[in-house]
Design a protein around this ligand. Structure first.
Ligand SMILES: Cc1cc2nc3c(=O)[nH]c(=O)nc-3n(C[C@H](O)[C@H](O)[C@H](O)COP(=O)(O)OP(=O)(O)OC[C@H]3O[C@@H](n4cnc5c(N)ncnc54)[C@H](O)[C@@H]3O)c2cc1C
Length: 449
């Protein structure tokens, strides 16, 4: 029986462990901290649990529009954190039971070294036929602005905050920076968001960036673009644009750094991330790397999908086809932002012919019924092929998926029109946006010739 050693019990490692066990392999999973990795313990789940609470406060404040007045001033931050901890520990226990049900051996220790045939911890030495590295990443640091969990925090430390600060400066406007800006702003904290690029969320389509900027400003988040923190001295933050700020706390959210256990093997890396071939194999035969550690796409769903594809490759010789190209990205909160594929700037830069529509969700009845009219669906196509879709709307992450399923199955964007959409829903906006691509929308006025 093939013996698989997996280092790292995050979404990449535990998903692979389950898949390989389902295929009849003997699996040993090494995890130095808690099962579930960054996603369950320090990332997706705890932040979304907190974001859900802050979002409820935001929505409760907006209830006066619906004729309901509720005072939100007396919310208890410690209860909000307690709820997050309960959710994480419940999911953590369930994951342990899930892995046990497949007879996966779990060694809850740090791997201190490994070579091509064995994995070593303080108390164990395990011989393996195949080794998988799924060790993930840790928060990246800025030299001189290291987290001390007193004044300066990273995305791990901020989860341990016991009391809300009066003000916070957030460095970095990626998904983490924007979600925490939304959380703190809705909880009444003064937020300043610093971004080195010319626009916030620079990886997204320009329309997503500008709409999110507008939405954040509506929450009174102050945004400093094309700006970096030059230094922090005696809790004073000096910015490259000459301003000096005195926030109560600082959150550094500038990305993630890969971590690899000690080894004498010489791995090929790219900025610290492990280089892998199309089958996720590193330059060392029989050692594979999936999830954040290979740097292809730093998202939990990418980690899980890579695990599924690697398991099918190792047990059925099915060729993986994972590319970073069509991975959906989501910014959570109200409204969500979600996208996949090409952005308009990418298409302009690569001189590709394309057709586009930016369909406002304010044309949809449900948006008015729920007072959520600020958003759009942007579709980029070439002939009948979908090149990319970006959405800012309630349920954006769910609406996005019909476009992605059509694209992954090489279907024309028009194939989406074969389905009858229920009314009133936000999903109708997808149907209408496609009609609008060909100037056939039933909700937009006739374009003057
Ligand atoms: C604040 C935040 C919010 C996020 N939100 C989202 C989101 O909404 N959606 C999304 O898709 N992604 C999100 N992510 C990203 C997501 O968490 C990661 O992409 C995902 O966890 C990567 O999975 P992984 O298995 O590759 O690595 P990880 O989840 O990092 O797991 C790696 C595991 O390996 C263990 N390990 C490392 N070294 C050793 C060793 N020597 N011995 C034993 N064990 C070891 C670690 O303890 C860890 O448990 C978020 C991340 C952060 C920080």
């Amino acid at each position: 029986m093939l013996k698989i050693g997996i280092i790292g019990g995050g979404p990449a490692g535990y998903a692979l462990a389950i898949k390989m066990a389902q295929k009849g392999c003997s699996v040993v999973l090494f995890e130095k901290e808690k099962l579930g990795g960054t996603c369950l313990n320090k990332g997706c789940i705890p932040t979304k649990a907190i974001l859900h609470s802050s979002n409820l406060i935001y929505k409760t404040k907006a209830l006066s529009t619906f004729g309901i007045d509720i005072n939100t001033d007396n919310f208890d931050f410690s209860k909000l954190i307690e709820r997050k901890d309960t959710i994480v520990s419940k999911l953590n226990k369930s994951l342990g039971m899930l892995l046990n049900s497949y007879n996966i051996e779990i060694i809850n220790e740090e791997v201190i070294s490994f070579d091509k045939e064995q994995i070593i911890t303080q108390n164990t030495k395990t011989a393996c036929d195949i080794i998988i590295l799924a060790t993930g990443t840790v928060p990246a640091q800025i030299k001189g602005i290291e987290a001390d969990n007193q004044f300066i925090y990273n995305s791990d430390g901020i989860l341990t905050l016991e009391k809300l600060p009066k003000s916070i400066l957030i460095i970095g406007s990626g998904a983490i920076g924007i979600e925490w800006s939304r959380i703190f702003a809705d909880l009444g904290v003064e937020v300043t968001l610093i971004e080195a690029a010319e626009r916030i969320l620079p990886i997204a389509d320009i329309d997503v960036s500008s709409r999110l900027e507008r939405l954040l400003k509506k929450k009174r988040v102050k945004i400093e673009k094309a700006t970096v923190v030059e230094k922090i001295e005696c809790n004073e933050v000096k910015l490259s644009n000459g301003k000096a700020l005195n926030p109560e706390k600082v959150l550094v959210a500038i990305g993630r750094t890969p971590i690899l256990p000690n080894t004498e093997l010489e791995f090929k890396t790219n900025k610290g991330f492990l280089d892998v071939d199309k089958n996720f194999m590193t330059n060392i035969p029989n050692i594979y790397a999936i999830g954040d550690i290979n740097g292809i796409s730093m998202l939990a769903h990418s980690a899980t999908h890579q695990a599924i594809e690697l398991a099918e490759y190792l047990t059925q010789n099915k060729q993986p086809h994972f590319t970073q190209k069509d991975i959906p990205s989501v910014i959570y909160g109200t409204p969500e932002a979600a996208w996949f594929g090409a952005t308009e700037q990418m298409l302009i830069e690569s001189n590709l012919q394309f057709k586009k529509v930016l369909f406002p969700i304010s044309t949809i009845g449900k948006a008015h019924a729920e007072d959520e009219i600020d958003g759009f669906i942007k579709i980029l196509t070439n002939e009948e092929k979908i090149l990319g879709v970006s959405i800012v709307a309630p349920e954006a992450s769910s609406i996005l998926m019909q476009f992605l399923v059509a694209k992954e199955n090489n279907l024309s964007y028009k194939s989406i029109l074969n389905a009858v959409y229920p009314h009133p829903t936000f999903s109708e906006a997808a149907f209408e946006a496609i009609l609008a691509l060909d100037n056939e929308s039933l909700s937009l006025p006739k374009i003057k010739e």
